[in-house]
Design a protein around this ligand. Structure first.
Ligand code: PAF
Length: 284
């Protein structure tokens, strides 16, 4: 039976007991409204640790003033039973006062420079500071050996890896593959905001990412690939924030040079902002 804990002292006692028994701890932080993508992270964490803690906390500090914090879907009962079925041992449900004891406005802030200020960071100023600030707190609360994050939030994963390396967190980061609906749409809690006519169009993002990969492999210059992608998105009714090709460390690729690449898109469809990406190799 999954243990639902909202008290930090109880969480610490639970983790301490596991450690006394020589067991390792995996961690999956979430904002709830869980779907198969989240549950695949629990499975991944289970493969690398003896016990798994997952947190549900809709973190106010990573939402901009005009973003969807208040309407972000909250489904605690479904999340609890889903996590139990996925093999999670403890659901950590902190209150906002426990997470930010001095108040959100006075919270010590964690900022990862450079990578936090491009793409998502440019479109959502302060977003990655909020993510790093809450993930630092969650890591200190749970003290896991491994923590799993999804590759759908490709830049978030890169920011967290840099933070973990830079601040010497004693844990390993695991990256979970993107889980897609049968029509190719990457699973996301925000997909449910889509009106039916927009939901039918949303898988175009994945098709455009595949076209970016194929055109790059066929030798098309990066700027042309990016321009074609943005215009395909606009043609389908999206308002793109970006459609770009980058190295996995977010460096700019040089045309014709082989190696690992990632195509990334963020685009609005109606009031819903979707992000997705595709990783691929270019022969050198
Ligand atoms: O990816 C998310 O759901 C959130 O950004 C995270 C990592 C749980 C921090 O609030």
């Amino acid at each position: 039976m999954i243990d639902v804990i909202s008290d930090l002292a109880r969480l610490r006692a639970r983790v301490r007991d596991w450690r006394r028994e020589g067991l390792t701890v995996g961690f999956v932080p979430t904002m709830g409204n869980l779907h198969a993508g989240h549950y695949s992270l629990v499975t991944l964490a289970r493969k690398h640790a003896d016990r798994v803690v997952s947190s549900v906390f809709v973190n106010p500090t990573q939402f901009g003033p005009s973003e969807d914090f208040t309407r972000y879907p909250r489904t605690p009962d479904a999340d609890t039973s889903g996590l139990q079925a996925a093999g999670c041992d403890v659901l950590w449900l902190p209150e906002v006062e426990a997470m930010y004891p001095f108040g959100v406005g006075l919270a010590a802030n964690v900022h990862v420079p450079g990578i936090s200020s491009v793409l998502e960071g440019e479109c959502r100023p302060g977003h990655f500071d909020g993510v790093c600030t809450v993930v630092t707190r969650l890591f200190n609360q749970v003290q896991p050996d491994v923590a799993a994050f999804g590759k759908k939030d490709f830049q978030q994963l890169a920011v967290i890896r840099q933070m973990v390396a830079d601040l010497h967190f004693p844990l390993d980061i695991l990256a979970g593959d993107i889980v897609r609906e049968t029509d190719g749409l990457a699973m996301s809690s925000r997909n449910q905001y889509l009106a039916p006519q927009d939901r039918a169009v949303a898988p175009v993002i994945h098709k455009v990412l595949q076209a970016m990969r194929d055109a790059t492999r066929a030798g098309m210059p990066r700027m042309q690939v990016e321009a074609d992608a943005a215009s395909a998105l606009r043609g389908a009714g999206f308002v793109p924030d970006y459609a770009v090709l980058r190295r996995p460390d977010f460096g700019l690729p040089v045309d014709g040079e082989g190696g690992a690449l990632v195509a990334l898109i963020a685009a609005k469809l109606g009031r819903t902002r979707l992000i997705d990406n595709i990783e691929f190799e270019l022969p050198g």
